[in-house]
Design a protein around this ligand. Structure first.
Ligand SMILES: [Zn+2]
Length: 301
């Protein structure tokens, strides 16, 4: 009986193993065949044709046009990359882009054409905050003037364009921690709408090392009224990351940083209720969802 059972269970185990192996082969093969177009996007961000998302628009085969196509969304040049022998435009869509049909201007060789693409609607969650002390949201004339000046500087930095041979579109999270404030949250203070949350908040203790999410050049470092001590890293071709509320900045403007390099320490400088890293990703001047650039397996929920 025991022998039979053992044999039976052995056979069963063997069967399981065989099934598992067969399944794995089928799965891998099936995955390869079915998901080949997905695999071809391995180094591209996740596409999301919504305000605050990223549209990935195929531009044709690399072999038919050796020169990198040039693209524009409005007046802003747009990042073009190649992946598995295909050219793609990677278009940042700002939170205030109107859902509907939009046009990407494409120049390949001497030919300029317009490519239509659709932006869908997305209803980001609302966050209602009740503040007893309104002095924290109502600025003095002096603070307001400072914030306005800085906003203009930040706008300029966001639209910076540096042509680069190669832009790494696969980011690492600059810090590990709880995702405390997601991108796109529609914020209301005492019932009044405020600017939506154009970045990702990661809750970390003060003094946590903050890493560059990909290689790049430090575009600017400054201490702003709202964002506190901030670093802008330019990854080339209109892709820029922004690290805010830092306690300490360890890099200088113009310096080259590598992916994973410590660039500063987290804090709560500027207008922050507690220590956290506010991390923003800018693409062709648009603030987009940073999580689209984090490979799925590295995402923390
Ligand atoms: Zn934030």
């Amino acid at each position: 009986m025991l022998t039979t059972l053992t044999l039976a269970s052995l056979q069963e185990e063997t069967m399981h193993t065989l099934i598992a192996i067969t399944f794995r082969i089928c799965f891998q093969f099936g995955l390869f065949v079915l998901a080949f177009p997905l695999l071809a996007h391995a180094s591209l961000p996740q596409s999301s044709n919504v305000p605050g998302g990223v549209a990935i628009i195929p531009l044709g085969s690399v072999s038919t046009s050796a020169d990198t196509p040039q693209t524009w969304f409005g007046d802003q040049p747009v990042l073009v990359t190649s992946d598995h022998n295909q050219w793609y435009a990677v278009v940042g869509l700002s939170l205030d882009v109107t859902p509907g049909s939009h046009e990407l201007r494409v120049k390949i060789g001497d030919v300029t054409k317009a490519l239509d693409f659709v932006v869908n609607t997305k209803n980001y969650p609302e966050q209602h905050i009740t503040l007893e002390d309104t002095s924290k949201v109502e600025l003095s004339a002096e603070d307001e003037a400072r914030a306005d000046r800085e906003l203009a500087v930040i706008q300029e930095l966001k639209h910076h364009w540096r042509a680069a041979q190669d832009t790494d579109l696969t980011f690492i999270l600059p810090v590990k921690g709880r995702l405390a404030g997601r991108f796109g949250l529609r914020r209301f203070f005492n019932g009044e709408p405020r600017a939506p949350h154009a970045g990702l908040d990661v809750a970390v203790a003060r003094g946590t090392p903050v890493k560059a999410s990909a290689h790049g050049q430090v575009l600017a470092v400054d201490d702003y009224f709202f964002n506190g001590r901030t670093i802008f890293v330019d990854h080339g071709n209109g892709l820029i990351t922004m690290y805010c509320h830092l306690e300490r900045i360890d890099v200088k403007t113009g310096e080259t940083v590598r992916k994973g390099q410590r660039i500063g320490l987290s804090g709560k400088t500027g207008r922050a209720t507690g220590p956290h890293l506010h991390w923003s990703v800018v693409l062709n001047g648009a603030m987009v969802d940073p999580e689209l650039f984090i490979p799925a397996k590295h995402r923390r929920r």
